[in-house]
Design a protein around this ligand. Structure first.
Ligand code: GLV
Ligand code: GLV
Length: 318
């Protein structure tokens, strides 16, 4: 059987696949297989090992004659047309669980960076603008003891809440369903979105990207936040109206933002958000530790093998 791996991966992840299958892997470091090539390769492929950088849409699936499984090395699968895959009875695998803690760490890093103006501080030294210690120079917002509002209390939300508890933060959350573990073990309080937006000092968006969450945070929601509020997004950029966020930051309707994800990725230094000093921007690296990416890759490989062997995937998108 033939499988396509759309990005270069280390042998710890690929060797088991190479033993079993005919593997076509894109060999260029840090770059996905070009779409035209993917279009050609998919025609006779049995398995597709992809990631966040690939668009697995109807146009691609229409070309696939033999495809038996799609396996993405990610928890989010908004880049895959799940309905089209379902119509063709192609199972889709993803990698929840293994990236929870690394993504929560990065979320907290952004929260601290945005609250304490870390990237501005780095720039001050880089640009030789540090003249002297001054009483209110680069003062930011207090993190410990502040109120965090977590939108989306899934695995990653819960892992962020655990970190927040270590910083003596009050924890509010909003989610489709109540999370007893968060409430009983961490003292998190469930509230409606409106109340969370009004009360939280740090608002952390961790909802998946769905039709329901599309631009769920926009002008109205930013206007409900405190002027001192800090907005963090490590979920998906499409959950946010990015122009409204830009306006809210520029007009100081909110204090700062920390972002790892964008409406359209990658962004460059000419992106409007980059003009603003009160925003910390990262290039979608939530789960990017060596250990976690290895785990994600190995789990994605297992999902792929299960699919090719006609078994239920370990983590199959429903
Ligand atoms: C990355 O964003 C992922 O969904 O794993
Ligand atoms: C992802 O793993 C989540 O459920 O938050």
């Amino acid at each position: 059987m033939k499988i396509i791996i759309t990005s270069k991966l280390p042998s710890q992840i690929t060797s088991k696949l190479e033993d079993k299958y005919d593997v076509v892997m894109w060999e260029v470091e840090n770059e996905p297989m070009p779409r035209e090539q993917l279009f050609k390769e998919i025609e006779d492929a049995d398995g597709l090992f992809c990631n966040v950088a690939d668009q697995v849409d109807k146009e691609l699936l229409d070309r696939a004659q033999k495809l038996k499984v799609i396996s993405t090395m990610a928890v989010g699968y908004d880049n895959i047309d799940i309905e089209e895959a379902k119509k063709r009875e192609i199972p889709v695998g993803h990698t929840p669980g293994v990236l929870t803690e690394a993504t929560a760490d990065l979320t907290f890093a952004l929260l601290l960076a945005a609250g304490r103006r870390i990237s501005e501080g780095i720039d001050v030294i880089r640009e030789d603008k540090w003249k002297n210690w001054a009483p209110f120079f680069l003062t930011g917002q207090q993190v410990h003891g502040a109120t965090i509002g977590i939108i989306g209390m899934g695995r990653i939300g819960l892992a962020v809440a655990k970190r927040a508890k270590g910083f003596s933060m009050d924890i509010l959350y909003h989610n489709r369903s109540r999370n007893r573990e968060a409430e009983q073990e961490l003292g998190a309080t469930y509230c409606e979105l409106d109340e969370l937006l009004e009360k939280a000092d740090f608002i952390v968006l961790l909802a998946p990207s769905t039709k329901e969450t599309y631009q769920m945070i926009g002008a109205k929601q930013f206007s409900q936040m405190k002027e001192t509020a800090i907005f963090i997004n490590t979920s998906r950029g499409t959950n946010v109206d990015e122009e409204a966020l830009y306006e809210a930051l520029k007009n100081e309707e909110i204090y700062a933002a920390g972002l790892d994800v964008y409406n359209s990725e990658p962004i460059s230094s000419s992106h409007p958000l980059h003009e603003l000093s009160n925003v910390t921007l990262l290039p979608h690296i939530g789960s990017a530790t060596i250990e976690t990416r290895m785990e994600m890759g190995k789990l994605a490989a297992e999902n792929l093998i299960h699919g090719l062997e006609g078994k239920l995937l370990i983590h199959q998108v429903k």
